[in-house]
Design a protein around this ligand. Sequence first.
Ligand code: ZN
Ligand code: ZN
Length: 142
Amino acid sequence: MSVNISPNTSHADCLIWAGAKTNAGYGHRTIRGVSYLAHRVAYEEAKGPIPAGMEIDHLCRNRACVEPSHLEVVSRRENVRRQAASRTHCPSGHPYAGVNLYLTRAGHRVCRECHRRLDRESKQRKASRDKERAYLAEKEPR
Ligand SMILES: [Zn+2]
Ligand SMILES: [Zn+2]
């Protein structure tokens, strides 16, 4: 394997897994009837065992890549944080960009459009609850 890998990882020097892939796009291979994720095997072959409970993060964000220098052992928490940071759209498909992106004090990214919608819905729910309560209060015998 090449030792001349720039620390600036890019898709250009990715080592793309040519074999089978999982639905999520990760390379996988079967060794003696057991299925392994190809990038985990590649990491362990190059750098040693992955500690229990740890995950492999693709620094190049290319799931099919098995280039060990693009792989880093991270905790589940860190992996989730990184994945969230690399997301460009909210689950409803609105862009996390410009005026639509809102950062909470905790550093979480919030889609303004979805936030507005949720806010509106909860206000509507509250309004109808208040109306119902007022109605019931009127009906209550005094
Ligand atoms: Zn890569
Ligand atoms: Zn949204």
